[in-house]
Design a protein around this ligand. Structure first.
Ligand code: F6P
Length: 548
């Protein structure tokens, strides 16, 4: 059964939140902390190795009650049940949204189209395990009998970003295989990657749910041609494997049937790293670590499904995000991990969040009359502190920030870790408290700066503070904790989509550009081009003259 269509702005809670906003909007978080010594304790959640402190938000206990009321008014509980039980909640594509089934343990049951999908999920996992072990132990070799050294994942969007982010994040747990990712149809990308590779010792994993994506098929073809310069068609079977739902197209490409890893339509591309799309993860960090990633995600699934809203991490984070997006009219959210390993995390979340909730048509087919979606951006701390933090601290825009930190450094350098973590805590404190005029003047006392200069400089040195942050503090970056973290954001996306009354699991917005590109590509070799606006027509003609 499909999700219900409920316009959130017509619910009682929304109307109350609107009124409530007018009072809380004028309150500084500093005074909220001063009034309630237990605030941090009340507004935090300890779960497994996660400690989520959301007390540095512009909310009171009443705000929370109202937000939770909103979750009830839009019937979140029923929606969560449909999400986990294989209902067709991706209604515009007629599909279930069951990436959670991919990490459910053996013996569980998820019925999609009347059939339990768990046996085939675990059969595919067994295939991934066998393949990974054979490659890592050197039982599977290249066409000249050498062990594999490099693995190239060829895919784009969800068939690239998830695996690339996880492989990078888990570099510490990596083995002797060197991972590479080719995604862009820009030929310079693929050529840069292959230029130093040895075809005899490189394994290629072509990942495409549809096996029709221009970028992936172009890159795969270029790589196969490069490979065939030194090997034969027969050797392709040793070096190319594919992950796809489109088995016939994969076979047509020349890939051996045994080297095809299936995935299914009920797994959305941007949520597919838990399927065989994660093959390059398993190869890069070993099957046990890949499995631990899935187990972590499953733990978060269970937490999300079974925990009351006021202790439910993804639900609270989603409600806060709606609070800022729809009441404070904040447009973006920053995600700042305090570990260089999560360098690609924000990029990955950009697809997961923006492709999911960047919609303007509500579930009843009408245009929404409120703001949906979030702009997502971020870079690891402390680098980002020296780049764009100025705007977060003193700019005119309200930007809620998730600070993600890990207590333990993987290489164990305590000196660096203490410096890193002191910054991690300092930033959220600074964003909360800011710096008053009195504090600025106090700092000038005993300095030799003239009174005139002090007066001139003071306004620039004042920080308003009152900037919202969540602190997601985790014991250690492990495959399991990373799995939990990714699943946390996946469920946050789901909750927000349900509240905004949109369909989070289609992506029609990427189609129009693709269609036009197909048309323009043909025109490069035609005498006259078709009807275009004057700007595009001139650009196409200009390119036709310049291209070599
Ligand atoms: O960008 C659109 C999209 O359909 C994504 O949702 C998907 O992750 C990506 O293209 C790649 O698609 P495929 O795995 O079918 O090649």
């Amino acid at each position: 059964m499909a999700l219900k269509s409920i316009n959130p702005t017509t619910t009682q809670s929304w109307l109350k939140l609107k009124e409530h906003f007018n009072t809380i909007n004028k309150t500084h978080m500093k005074s909220m902390f001063a009034e309630d010594v237990n605030r941090a304790n009340k507004m935090s959640i300890k779960w497994e190795d996660f400690y989520v402190d959301y007390s540095k938000n512009r909310i009171s206990e009443e705000t929370l009650e109202l937000l939770i009321g909103l979750a009830e008014d839009i019937e979140l509980k029923e929606a969560i049940e449909k999400y986990f039980s294989g209902d067709i909640i991706n209604e515009t594509e007629g599909r279930a949204v069951s990436h959670t089934a991919l990490r459910a343990p053996k013996g569980s049951e998820v019925i999609i189209d009347g059939k339990n999908v768990m046996p085939k999920v675990h059969r595919t996992k067994a295939k991934i395990k066998k393949f990974t072990n054979e490659v890592l132990k050197g039982k599977r070799k290249g066409y000249t009998g050498k062990n594999f050294i490099d693995v190239v994942n060829i895919g784009i969007g969800g068939s690239d970003l998830g695996p690339a982010m996880v492989v990078d994040s888990l570099t510490y747990y990596g083995n002797h295989l060197k991972p590479h990712f080719v995604s862009n149809v820009d030929g310079d990308h693929v050529n840069e990657v292959i230029k130093d590779l040895n075809p005899e010792t490189t394994l290629f994993v072509i990942v495409s749910k549809t096996f029709t994506t221009q970028e992936t098929l172009s890159n795969a073809t270029t790589i196969r041609n490069w490979f065939l310069k030194s090997a034969t068609q027969f050797d392709v079977a040793h070096h190319f494997v594919a992950v796809s739902t489109n088995i016939d197209a994969v076979k047509d490409f020349g890939i051996d049937e045994n080297n095809i890893f299936p995935m299914w339509n009920w797994v959305g591309g941007r949520f597919s790293l838990w399927s065989a799309v994660g093959l390059s993860i398993s190869l890069s960090v070993g099957f046990d670590n890949y499995n631990a990633l899935l187990e972590g995600a499953h733990k978060m699934d269970t937490h999300f499904k079974n925990t009351p809203y006021n202790q439910n991490i993804p639900v609270i984070l989603a409600l806060l995000s709606v609070w800022y997006n729809n009441f404070f009219k904040a447009e973006s959210e920053a995600i700042i991990p305090y570990t260089q390993y999560l360098n690609q995390f924000a990029t990955y979340l950009q697809q997961a969040i923006m492709e999911s909730n960047g919609k303007t048509v509500s579930r009843d087919g009408s245009r929404v009359n409120y703001q949906t979606g979030n702009l997502i951006w971020g870079e690891p701390g402390t680098n980002s502190q020296h780049a764009f933090f100025q705007l977060i601290h003193q700019g005119s825009k309200l930007i809620p920030v998730d600070f993600i930190g890990f207590a333990e450094a993987l290489h164990g350098n305590k000196d660096h870790q203490d410096k890193l973590m002191s910054n991690f805590f300092a930033q959220t404190e600074a964003l909360l408290n800011g710096k008053t005029k009195a504090e600025v003047l106090n700092e000038f006392e005993n300095s030799d700066v003239s009174d005139e200069k002090v007066e001139q400089l003071t306004p620039f040195k004042v920080f308003e503070g009152n900037k919202p942050t969540n602190t997601i503090f985790i014991n250690k970056l492990t495959p399991e904790s990373l799995g939990k973290l990714i699943a946390m954001y996946e469920h946050k996306i789901f909750v927000q989509g349900v509240i905004w009354n949109i369909y989070s699991y289609d992506q029609f917005g990427v189609e129009l550009g693709k269609q036009l590109a197909g048309k323009i590509l043909k025109e490069f070799n035609l005498e006259t081009i078709d009807n275009h606006d004057a700007s595009t027509a001139y650009l196409i003609e200009y390119y036709k003259k310049l291209r070599k």
